[in-house]
Design a protein around this ligand. Structure first.
Ligand code: PLP
Length: 401
């Protein structure tokens, strides 16, 4: 009889956002017609840039013309797009060949699929609080997980330390959910650690476009990373592609383990397991990297950053401690009065109709913290910030009474 993958039995019962949706839907059923201020979602709210829309339309028209029609695309990505992305890295001083860039259908797909390259016996180190898919994808693969907790003491940026042992290292910078971002010296410590032990870093750069300080956007800005890192990136948050789906993965040719090239293994994987990303989407993605596309996506990012500024100003006035918000679209706050994060979630929903994300959903060390996203509607964000400030100020004065 067929034996299913029993590792699925080790997954936590319900996914964080599913649980939030269940709670908010139940609340809405009890309060018909009420409006919720949704500051929890990691989805974007602004439409695609005009340059992208034009490119998508042109590509659709191409598909209707015999001499411009495209069938199967190269599995690892359209050569011109691979070149364009390599040139995007070049602007930051990172020299890549187009063959080191793989066009993907998004970071989530890649974060799961890339595990094909590694033996199940490898231990996966996950800095926490973490994007839940890192943990779940490794549980599904039956891999042992080493949880590396972080907290206010290290500003949610854990570093390698004595006794730490793992083969696959997940780093997400700027971080979801904490909004914190590593500097060069900190990333250099991880690169040195990974190279010394022959480990591989999976660097999630999904939020690189939100960086405004002088911080690395890519792990490959760190010398030595080309022999120990894979970078996974996405246009989802950078350019509003959450529903359109396009991303890219960088695997340097210098990255080898046990005499095998991980780049060559990934080519073999993609040419077996995919038939390439659609021509239309790759044309839309290419438009993001044009001068006009870059200007337009940064106009949108500025709107999200203004949302973050409004939320941070409200927390500042209420005297609440928080992290992030500057180089990432997430603000990570300490729940008031030591409240647990699901209780705080319920109070925000019941008392001010603001929906956020409880920190506990990102790992045990996220308990006592709460995440707000700056991807919401600007008017809703302003109203949510005003309501939040009022409630937090009330809770604080009750605490002192
Ligand atoms: N990585 C991180 C850290 C994320 O927060 C997300 C989405 O929220 C993803 C990856 C997934 O991105 P994509 O939409 O490209 O699958």
């Amino acid at each position: 009889m067929l034996k299913p993958n029993l590792s699925y039995g080790n997954l936590k019962e319900s996914y964080l956002f599913f649980h939030i949706a269940r709670k908010t839907n139940a609340w809405l059923a009890d309060h018909p017609g009420a409006h919720l201020y949704r500051m929890g979602i990691g989805d974007v709210s602004l439409p695609l840039a005009p340059a992208v829309i034009e490119a998508l339309h042109r590509a659709v028209d191409d598909q209707g013309e015999k001499d411009r029609f495209h069938g199967y695309m190269p599995e690892c990505g359209m050569p011109s797009l691979r070149e364009t992305i390599a040139a995007y890295y070049g602007k930051r001083g990172v020299s890549l060949s187009p063959e080191e860039v793989f066009v993907s259908s998004g970071a989530s797909d890649e974060l799961g699929d890339i595990l094909d390259l590694f033996d199940r016996s490898n231990r996966a180190l996950i800095m926490e609080p973490a994007y839940p898919a890192y943990v779940d994808a490794n549980i599904m693969a039956g891999r042992e997980i080493v949880h590396l907790p972080s907290g206010p003491d290290n500003l949610f940026l854990p570093l390698p330390r004595e006794g730490l042992d793992a083969d696959l290292i997940y780093l997400c910078s700027p971080n979801n959910p904490t909004g914190s971002a590593y500097n060069r010296e900190q990333l250099a410590q991880w690169v040195a650690w990974a190279n010394a032990r022959g480990a591989v870093i999976l660097f999630d750069a999904a939020y690189e476009a939100f960086i405004e300080e002088d911080l690395p956007h890519s792990i490959f800005e760190i010398p030595g990373a080309e022999t120990c890192a894979i970078e996974i990136c996405s246009l989802s948050k950078t350019a509003g592609f959450t529903g359109t789906r396009l991303g890219y993965t960088v695997i340097p040719k210098a990255l080898t383990r046990s005499g095998l090239s991980l780049n060559a293994m990934w080519v073999r994987n993609r040419t077996t397991k995919t038939n390439g990303v659609s021509y239309i989407l790759q044309q839309g993605g290419a438009a993001v990297f044009t001068e006009e596309g870059q200007r337009q996506i940064h106009d949108n990012i500025r709107i999200y950053k203004e949302n973050a500024r409004v939320l941070m100003a409200a927390l500042d006035r209420a005297g609440i401690r928080y992290w992030g918000g500057k180089n990432a679209p997430y603000i990570w706050m300490a729940c008031p009065g030591g409240m647990d994060s699901w209780t705080f979630f319920d109070r925000l929903l019941d008392e001010i109709q603001v929906v956020g994300t409880p920190g506990e959903g990102f790992g045990a060390c996220g308990e006592g913290f709460f995440r707000f996203s700056s991807f919401g509607d600007p008017a809703d964000t302003r109203e949510a910030a005003a309501r939040l400030e009022k409630l937090l100020t009330k809770l604080k004065s009750a605490d002192h009474a």
